[in-house]
Structure formats: C-alpha cells, structure tokens
Design a protein around this ligand. Structure first.
Ligand SMILES: Nc1nc2c(ncn2[C@@H]2O[C@H](COP(=O)(O)OP(=O)(O)OP(=O)(O)O)[C@@H](O)[C@H]2O)c(=O)[nH]1
Ligand SMILES: [Mg+2]
Length: 465
C-alpha cells in the first residue's frame, strides 16, 4: 500500500525499543515543525524558527507539566532524509518518556509511522532510488564486514550508477534502431550491425557479471550454507550447538533425534556461515523420519560446504556404503569428512580412517564435538573453504533476490537481442527486446514499480526507518 506522502505527519521511535541512555523520536511531514513546537519549548525564542540542522535544547511539556529536558533538531525540506520537514527529538531513553512523547505528538496531529515509511517517503520524494532504499535495510541488518561494505556501496548509489550506465548504453542502441525504423521506407541502415553487436555484447557482459556476483553476494548476506550430515547419532546436533555457541538443537543418545533441518548463522573469522543440522541418515520405516532424511539430501544440494560427520568407531565398509549416497549430491561442493568422537576412539581407529576414501574426499578431520577437541582446526578449514575473493570496494555485488530475478530477466532479453542481430531480424523486434531489458533494469531502481512491490519491500523495514 502506498501512503500519500504529503498528507500525514508521522512519528516513530527511531532508536531501538527498551531502556537506553537516549532515545530518538523522528517526526516527518508538512506539519512536523508546527506539531513539535506545541510540545517542545526553548528557554528563549521559538523552536519553529530554528535553523535547519541546528540542535536545540529545551523542555518537553505535557500541558503545564515538564516531561523531559531534551534536544531537538529540524531538518527542513528538501534537505532531510525523507525530503519533507523532519524533526528529531533526542530524549532520555525511558520507555515511559518515549511513550508519552509519542502520545503527545499523536494528540497534536501526528500518526504513528508504518514500518519503513520514512525510507518509503524518501524514495517517493526522489531522495533515493529503490535499490538504495533497500540497501538502507541491508545496512541496518549487516552483521559482517563484507555485508556492511556491499550495503554501504549500494546505499551510496554504486549499483544505481552501474544500472544508469547500462541504461544509457541501451538507450543509445535503441535510438539507433528506432531512427532506422523512422526511415524504413527509404531502406537505409544507420546503425552499423557490427557496432551494434559490439555494444550488445558489452551490455550482456555487464549484466552477466552482475548476475554472477549474486552467488557470492547471497552468501555474504545470508551466510555460506554449511550442511552437517551423516548417520544418526554421530554428533551432528552436538557439533551444531558447539559452532553456534547455543543449545539450538536437541542432543540425545537416541538414534533419529533430529527429524527436521535446524539452522542458524554465526560469523567465524569474519565470514558469515549458515549451519544446517539435518536428520541423520539411516534405513527407517518411520514416515516422518523418511521425509526428514529426504530433506537432508535436499540440504546437501543447497549447501556450499558439506560436513559429513562419521563416528570414528564406525566400520570402514559402512562408511564406504554411505559414501555412495553422499558423494553424488556433494559434487562441486566443498566436502569435508569429519570423524567425531575422537575421545572414545581406539588408537587404531583413527589410523585406519586416515586414508579411507582419500581419493574422493581429500579433506578430513578428527574431532570430538562433546569434548571440544580440534574444533579450532574445523573452524580454520571452514574459513578456508568459505573464503570469498575480496571484491574491489567499487565493484557491485548483487545481494538482493529481487534484483537477481530482474537481472536474469534482463539477461534473457539481451540474449534475444544478441541472437536477433545475428539472425538479422527486423528492427522492431530488436527494439522491443531492448525496451523490455530496460524495463527489467527499471524495476530494480523503482522507475517501474507497483504498490505491491513497494508494500513488500518497505513492510519488512523496522518502524522508525
Ligand atoms: N563420546 C562422545 N560422544 C559424543 C560426541 N559428540 C556427540 N556425542 C554424543 O552422541 C550422542 C548423539 O549426539 P547428537 O548430537 O544428538 O547426534 P546426531 O548426529 O545429531 O543424531 P541424530 O539427530 O539422531 O541424527 C549424544 O549422546 C552426544 O552426547 C563426542 O565427541 N564424543
Ligand atoms: Mg541430531
């Protein structure tokens, strides 16, 4: 749903809820200065006459009663975050004071802002495009250095500039073609086909690079998926809990304890990993467990790294048998064979396993999840496997699924142009595909958007942003 940005004046707590030293309440809209001036009073002069950006100290009054000594600042339109008149009040961070100030603002004509409404207003008022607005949410959610760098670059317009360059190139192309169409009667060819092909393959290359950056971008944003798999009772859930420093999954000596995938993220060595504990693989007649085991194999398919946990006491023949099931879906992924329960291994056990399956799985480790033996080695192996090449800070990395989908569509359209040129298809068709490609790129920046898309994007923001 789109909010008519010029109508209401909205207010919300911009800092995190709960008790804190200071809380910041943000008011935005045409009447924001006037409304705040009814409850915030300077010792001398009128707050509403304050210069833009100047922090003022004053009293928040509830009728004749002093509620708090606070600071407030006006950011006048259009030089504010939303592009409207904005007032930010920094008060003492008591939940009571915050609640009371918000209700005073509402009594005086504000309404509470919806999630993401400030950023939505900024977008609607042309302060930023849609991909920049989305980057604001990513920046707030960023939990690793790489995620932070990418979100910051996107918020500052790195991605938008790249798209703008693409758009200019596409426009150049389409105008050459359309000029030709205008003179079609005269059978002239303005656009040199070789030059057009060169231009199109350059555009296609740029779109390709953006599409391909998503794999790394997604891993940076959502964590590199690591599936922990193996037979029942090998210690998968114990290992998950240990890696996450949290009792996330139930551990028991009963075989088949975990029946569903359980996952959570943690950063190790500056890299965000998403660990996925899975149902142990075994022959079973239990319908629920069977579904769980199917899911395990699906998770192997979705993972970048597979930790195959084996009880170090298991017989070699048994492990080799299971390898037939685990190796095929792990093809192309980093597979690490982890022998667990080292604490109760016979001296021979580990030696015997040293070279087991070494041809197909060169990476192996011996650990004890319960007694925390060699966990540092496992973490090092993960960091090494999860290392993503450093991207230049100017490089654009796509992290957003919506952008990824739009870019894939744009790529399809540009491929049709490339093929069309090769087959000498009529200019109208080329021009249609080019315009379609531009449309998909326009979806990313929000030149083309629907209420539903905007509602989806801004609905996920926090209140006050
Ligand atoms: N001795 C020893 N026992 C361990 C170790 N790691 C886990 N265990 C025990 O092994 C049993 C099974 O552990 P879980 O973590 O539940 O095993 P799982 O692989 O998740 O089992 P399922 O969910 O049934 O597939 C528990 O009793 C754990 O305490 C270890 O390093 N050494
Ligand atoms: Mg388990």
């Amino acid at each position: 749903m789109i909010y008519n940005s010029n109508e209401d004046t909205v207010a919300a707590l911009a800092t995190a809820g709960g008790t804190g030293a200071i809380a910041c309440i943000r008011v935005s809209g045409r009447e924001s200065v006037e409304i705040v001036s009814r409850i915030f009073f300077l010792r001398k002069g009128n707050f509403s006459e304050s210069a833009s950006g100047r922090m003022r100290m004053g009293s928040i009054m509830s009728g004749n009663e002093l509620l708090d000594e606070a600071l407030a600042v006006i950011f006048r339109s259009p030089g504010s975050y939303t592009g409207e008149d904005v007032v930010e009040i920094s008060c003492h961070g008591s939940q009571y004071i915050v609640r009371k100030i918000l209700s005073l603002l509402i009594e005086n004509g504000c309404r509470l802002a919806r999630p993401g409404e400030y950023t939505q207003r900024a977008f609607l008022n042309g302060k930023m495009d849609l991909s920049q607005a989305e980057a604001v949410a990513d920046l707030i959610a960023s939990s690793s250095a790489s995620a932070h760098r990418i979100a910051l670059n996107q918020m500052r317009g790195g991605f938008s500039n790249k798209l703008r360059e693409l758009r200019t190139e596409l426009l150049d192309f389409v105008s050459l073609i359309e000029l030709e169409l205008d003179f079609s009667e005269e059978d002239v060819e303005f656009a040199d086909r070789n030059k057009l092909s060169g231009l199109v393959s350059h555009i296609a290359g740029t779109i390709d690079r953006l599409v391909e950056s998503f794999e790394a971008g997604n891993a940076i944003k959502n964590g590199i998926p690591v599936a922990i798999v193996g037979e029942t009772n090998t210690g998968k859930s114990t290992l998950l809990n240990l890696l996450l420093h949290d009792e996330k999954a139930i551990v028991s000596e009963i075989h088949g304890t975990t029946r569903d995938a359980i996952e959570d993220c943690i950063s190790i060595g500056g890299i965000l990993f998403r660990f996925i504990d899975t149902a142990g693989i075994r022959e079973t007649r239990d319908a629920v467990e069977t579904v769980g085991i199917e899911r395990t194999f699906r998770k192997i398919g979705e993972a970048d790294i597979v930790l195959w946990l084996v009880d170090v006491n298991s017989e070699n023949a048994r492990i080799e048998e299971l390898a037939k099931k685990i190796l095929p879906p792990s093809a192309g992924k980093k597979l690490i064979l982890v022998f667990n329960k080292l604490d109760c291994a016979e001296p021979d056990d580990a030696v015997q396993k040293e070279h087991l399956l070494a041809d197909s799985i060169p990476d192996r480790l011996f650990i004890s999840a319960r007694h925390k033996i060699n966990i540092d080695r496992l973490e090092n192996a993960l960091v090494e496997a999860g290392y993503l090449p450093e991207t230049d800070s100017q490089d654009v990395t796509v992290t957003n699924v919506r952008h990824f989908e739009a870019l894939k569509n744009a790529r399809q359209a540009i491929l049709r142009v490339e093929n069309g040129l090769a087959q000498n298809i009529p200019g109208e068709l080329l021009s249609r595909d080019i315009r379609e490609c531009m449309g998909f790129l326009g979806e990313i920046t929000g030149e083309i958007s629907t209420d539903e898309i905007l509602g989806n994007i801004f609905g996920k923001f926090c209140i006050g942003k």
